[in-house]
Design a protein around this ligand. Structure first.
Ligand code: ADP
Ligand code: MG
Length: 588
């Protein structure tokens, strides 16, 4: 509380008031004399002057008494307030858990609040007159003195945290606020400080720091990429794994974005754009995002695969952050892909085995019934030819019927022959021959069908290629494939036959083979039929046209030669059949 210092009966004011009184009385005297009562003058004027003077005196006296009483009561009130506040502050100081000290200008203790004994173990009297710097930990002394000196010069209060020695010799952490006390002449006459024991707080901070360090170590030790980004895409946290990936250290990532690293070639721009889209999606939807597979291409161009989870989180008062954990699945993915490949291979082998087993069963069956069918067929055919010669009727209908019976018998015989060829492969009579010769021979057998169906046949023959094969059987294979191509183009088209010397990875990774590729522009094969083409009796041809034995027989023959047949087709566009055969010794 601020009190104005006023003393009762200040001399200049009294003189002012007296002069004013005399002036008013003289004026009253002159006024009274001037209004015409000459007979009263000087007595009448004097009386009036005296009366006015007395009234003024009484008035001023009354006012002074009132004022004195007011000032007196104000002073009493101020003194009381001062006393009360002093008591209050002393009460505060005496009861405070903080140590409140008064220091002389040379810093020595002048007063210490009683809490000093509780905090430091010293009674206040023990410390009065001593130098507080002696109690400060040697490591904290210099920085503290610097801060204190600077703040004193600036006339500001200084806030310092330091260690101070207790009477027991142990150090505790205190936080002090110090303010200089300035005398009337502006000089420093002392200091007042308030010190608080913050040992517990420092301990908590230390524990927090150490658990933070521990957490950082754990995060850094993780092989997974762990990071936090804000809504601008800036890294707020990045562990060693992600920093390694970006070719830097974790500290270097803080505050930077993926685009920053993309601009410096540490990652691909398109990948960085994808990450940003995901982050924004998480922030916007406030829902976690699971990415089962995503790739990151390193600076060196190596591709690594990750399984990433992104979660919306609040970090350091920012509600729009993304926490990401990316697990490197490159190895796992490699194994998975290999497993998938191995499974498919196994499945193919299994299918082949089933097929082989089926074929073997069919072969056994075909052999057992071959004679039973072929002999009666021969007898029927002989009988029909005999009847044909004997019946000399000029009846067209009979002729047609006989021709039809003969055709059917021949077809049945051909089917039986194919079945036997397919089921019980005969011994191969190998000879060294050019595949081009075999193609020309087979094609010449189809000359009639080719021209009838308006089909053009083109050759793209490789030179100097030789194979060591049973020419009749391979000619038969080429014929089977060519007739299929012709049958697939009822409205005409083109057949291209290409022979070449090439590596066929499906058979051997580096050994060259002879390839006879027959491509047509026919109807093509629907995808669902592709896996069934080599099944015996699988045919899509109507009535008696197809036997479904052409392709299985051809495959068996080719495989018996150490080769194979592969078919590629696009429905509605055409088909390519590749006959692969081993090259003859010195095949080129
Ligand atoms: P078939 O010719 O007696 O039907 P194949 O074993 O020769 O028996 O052929 C089986 C099936 O494969 C055919 O019915 C046909 O559906 C299909 N096919 C074979 N080659 C071709 C081709 N070049 N174009 C279209 N389909 C074909
Ligand atoms: Mg056929």
């Amino acid at each position: 509380m601020k009190i104005k210092n006023r003393k009762i009966g200040r001399l200049p004011e009294v003189i002012e008031e007296l002069i004013l009184t005399v002036l008013v009385s003289v004026f009253a005297f002159v006024f009274a004399s001037g209004i015409g009562y000459y007979e009263w003058v000087p007595f009448g004027g004097v009386y009036i002057g005296l009366i006015v003077f007395t009234i003024c005196m009484l008035w001023f006296g009354y006012r002074r008494v009132l004022e004195s009483r007011k000032i007196y009561s104000e002073q009493k009130k101020a003194e009381k307030a001062l006393r009360e506040s002093e008591e209050k502050y002393r009460l505060l100081a005496d009861n405070s858990r903080d140590i409140i000290c008064l220091h002389s200008a040379d810093s020595r203790y002048v007063y210490l609040s009683p809490s000093c004994s509780m905090v430091l173990g010293y009674d206040p009297e023990e410390l009065i007159g001593t130098d507080p710097w002696e109690l400060v930990h040697p490591d904290d002394l210099k920085p503290m003195q610097e801060i204190a000196g600077k703040k004193t010069l600036e006339g500001k209060s200084a806030l310092m945290a330091y260690r101070i020695r207790k009477k027991s010799g142990d150090y505790i952490w205190v936080e002090s606020v110090s303010q200089s006390i300035i005398g009337d002449e502006g000089e420093i006459i002392g200091f007042v400080t308030s010190s608080r024991d913050i040992t517990e707080r420092i301990k908590v901070i230390d524990e927090l720091r150490s658990s933070e360090r521990l957490l950082c170590n754990v995060i850094d030790a993780s092989p997974n990429c762990i990071f936090i980004k804000d809504k601008e895409g800036r890294y707020l946290l990045a562990n060693k794994a992600i920093a390694d990936l970006y070719g830097t250290v974790p500290e270097n990532m803080i505050g930077k974005t993926d685009s920053y690293f993309a601009e410096r070639g540490a990652m691909r721009t398109e990948e960085c754009g994808l990450f940003r889209e995901q982050d924004l999606q998480v922030i916007k939807s406030r829902k976690p995002l699971y990415i089962s597979e995503e790739k990151i291409t390193t600076k060196e161009g190596a591709v690594r695969w990750f399984q990433t989870t992104k979660i919306p989180i609040s970090h350091m008062d920012d509600p729009d952050c993304v926490l990401g954990v990316a697990v490197d699945i490159t190895e796992r993915k490699g194994i998975k892909d290999e497993l998938k490949e191995a499974y498919l291979e196994l499945k193919e082998i299994q299918d082949q085995l089933i097929q082989t087993e089926k074929l073997a069963a069919l072969g056994r069956f075909a052999s057992s019934i071959a004679h039973e069918i072929k002999n009666p067929l021969g007898t029927i055919l002989g009988g029909i030819e005999f009847l044909e010669r004997k019946i000399k009727v000029d009846d067209k209908d009979i002729d047609i019927a006989i021709e039809k019976i003969k055709d059917t018998i021949l077809k049945a015989d051909y089917t039986m022959m194919s079945l036997l060829k397919f089921a019980r492969p005969s011994e191969l009579k190998r000879e060294r021959i050019s595949p081009n010769v075999l193609v020309e021979n087979a094609a010449s057998l189809l000359r009639y069908e080719i021209s009838l169906n308006n089909i053009r046949i083109e050759h793209d023959f490789g030179r100097g290629i030789f194979i060591d094969v049973d020419r009749n059987l391979i000619e038969q294979v080429i014929f089977n494939i060519l007739i299929n191509a012709v049958e697939a183009m009822p409205d005409g088209g083109t057949i291209v036959v290409k022979t070449s010397r090439r590596v066929e990875p499906k058979l051997s990774p580096d050994k060259p083979f002879c390839a006879i590729e027959i491509t047509d522009t026919g109807e093509g094969i629907p995808e669902e039929n592709l896996s069934r083409l080599f099944e015996p009796f699988f045919t899509t041809k109507k009535e008696m046209k197809g036997t479904g034995l052409g392709l299985p027989t051809s495959k068996t023959i080719t495989q018996n030669h150490g080769g194979d047949i592969f078919i590629e087709s696009e429905y509605g566009k055409g088909t390519t059949v590749k006959i692969i055969l081993p090259l003859a010794e010195g095949g080129r």
